[in-house]
Design a protein around this ligand. Structure first.
Ligand code: ZN
Length: 352
C-alpha cells in the first residue's frame, strides 16, 4: 500500500555533468563518460533505496535531456543542424535537432542502461521514455510536416524499445507527456492514441507522466498566467481514464490543480505528486502525509502511489536527496496513520 516512486530524473553529480541545468554539458567523453554515468546511476539507486523509495529509476543519469537522450540513436534525426524553436506552445525556446528523413530505430536505445540498472537493484524498476507528442514538440521537423503522422511514427519506435525493456525486466514503463497540457485539444485528437500505440501489447505496468513542468523560470511565469485553478487536465483526463494506460501522474503539492479532478481518473492508479520540485524547501513528512490524505478523498487507497510532482534533474543534489527522504517518510507516516498494515494482519488471522 502507498508504494512510493519518483517522476524519473535526479540531479547529475558535479563530476558527471554541469549541475542545476536542464541541458548540462558532460564532464567527460567516450568510455570515461560511460563509466561516470554508470557510477552516478549506482549512487542514485542506493540513495533511493536508503531513503525508502519502492519503485526506483536510474535517475536518468545516462541522458543529457529527457527527450533528446532518446533521439540520439534514431535514424532520420539530424543533431548537426539544431534549430532554436519555441516549444510547449511557445512557452520557452530550446535548441532542437531536426527531423531530416524517415525515422528508424537502428538499435536498442536504452537497453544497455536498463540491463545495468536491473542488475543492481531488487526493487521494482521504472524506466522513463518521452511520449510521442512530447518528442514531436521538442523537434524541428523538416520531413514529415504533419505532427500526428510523426507522432505515430515515433509511437511505433517507442513500442519496439518498450518491448525490449519489458524483456529485460523493467517493471513499469513510463512515458513522459508534459506536452499534453500545453495542447489539450491535440491530446484528444491524436496524443492519447499515439500513447496507446506506443504501449500496445505490453504486459508490464504502463504509466504516463503529465505535469506543469520543472521548477524553471519559464514554467513559473507560465503558471502565473493560468489563474486561480489549473484545469487543463479536465479536458483530457476522461479520455485518459478510458485508455489502456495503467497509471497517471499529477501534481498535488504546491499546485493549483483542483483535487476533485482526480475523480476523473477512476479505474487508474494515480501517481500523486506530494513533493514540489519548484522549490528548494523540503517538505515535512506530516505535509506529505496530509497531501496523501487529501488525494484519498478522490482516489482509493490501493490506487495511490506517492510521487514527486516532476523530475528533480535541475535541483541541487542535497535538495533532491532530502526530498526523496521526505517522500518516503511521509508515505510511511500515512501508512501508519491509515493502519492498513495492522488491518491486513488481522484479517489474515481472523476466522472466516
Ligand atoms: Zn514533469
Amino acid at each position: 500500500m502507498l508504494e512510493t516512486t519518483i517522476a524519473g530524473s535526479l540531479p547529475k553529480p558535479f563530476w558527471l555533468a554541469e549541475t542545476e541545468k536542464l541541458w548540462p554539458e558532460w564532464r567527460f567523453q567516450g568510455e570515461a563518460l560511460e563509466e561516470a554515468k554508470r557510477d552516478a546511476a549506482l549512487v542514485w539507486l542506493k540513495e533511493q533505496e536508503s531513503a525508502g523509495i519502492d519503485i526506483v529509476t536510474d535517475g536518468e543519469q545516462f541522458r543529457q535531456h529527457f527527450v533528446h537522450g532518446f533521439l540520439e540513436h534514431i535514424d532520420g534525426i539530424d543533431f548537426a543542424h539544431k534549430r532554436r524553436i519555441g516549444i510547449r506552445d511557445n512557452r520557452y525556446e530550446a535548441n532542437c535537432p531536426t527531423v531530416a528523413g524517415p525515422i528508424r530505430r537502428r538499435r536498442s536505445v536504452h537497453g544497455e542502461e536498463a540491463r545495468f540498472t536491473r542488475a543492481h537493484t531488487r526493487r521494482k524498476l521504472k524506466f522513463t521514455i518521452p511520449g510521442p507528442m512530447t518528442i514531436v514538440d521538442t523537434l524541428a521537423d523538416a520531413y514529415y510536416n504533419d505532427r500526428p503522422r510523426l507522432a505515430h511514427a515515433f509511437a511505433r519506435l517507442i513500442n519496439e524499445e518498450a518491448k525490449e525493456l519489458e524483456a529485460i525486466g523493467v517493471d513499469v514503463l513510463q512515458l513522459d507527456e508534459p506536452a499534453f497540457n500545453a495542447y489539450p485539444e491535440e491530446t484528444l485528437e491524436w496524443g492519447i492514441a499515439a500513447l496507446e500505440r506506443a504501449t500496445d501489447g505490453l504486459k508490464i505496468k504502463t504509466a504516463v507522466h503529465i505535469c506543469y513542468g520543472y521548477g524553471i523560470k519559464e514554467n513559473i511565469e507560465w503558471k502565473r498566467t493560468l489563474g486561480r485553478e489549473w484545469r487543463q487536465y479536465e479536458r483530457f483526463f476522461p479520455a485518459l481514464a478510458k485508455s489502456r494506460i495503467d497509471q497517471v501522474s499529477l501534481e498535488c503539492a504546491g499546485s493549483r490543480v483542483p483535487l476533485p479532478l482526480l475523480a476523473l481518473l477512476a479505474g487508474k492508479d494515480v501517481m500523486v505528486g506530494v513533493i514540489d520540485v519548484a522549490t528548494d524547501k523540503i517538505e515535512r513528512p506530516e505535509e506529505v502525509c496530509q497531501t496523501i490524505k487529501r488525494a484519498l478523498e478522490f482516489v482509493p487507497l490501493a490506487r495511490i502511489l506517492p510521487c514527486t510532482n516532476c523530475g528533480m534533474a535541475p535541483l541541487a543534489r542535497s535538495t533532491a536527496r532530502a526530498k526523496l527522504k521526505a517522500l518516503a517518510a511521509g508515505a510511511a507516516l500515512a501508512r501508519a496513520e491509515l493502519g492498513g498494515g495492522v488491518r491486513r494482519r488481522r484479517s489474515e488471522t481472523d476466522p472466516k
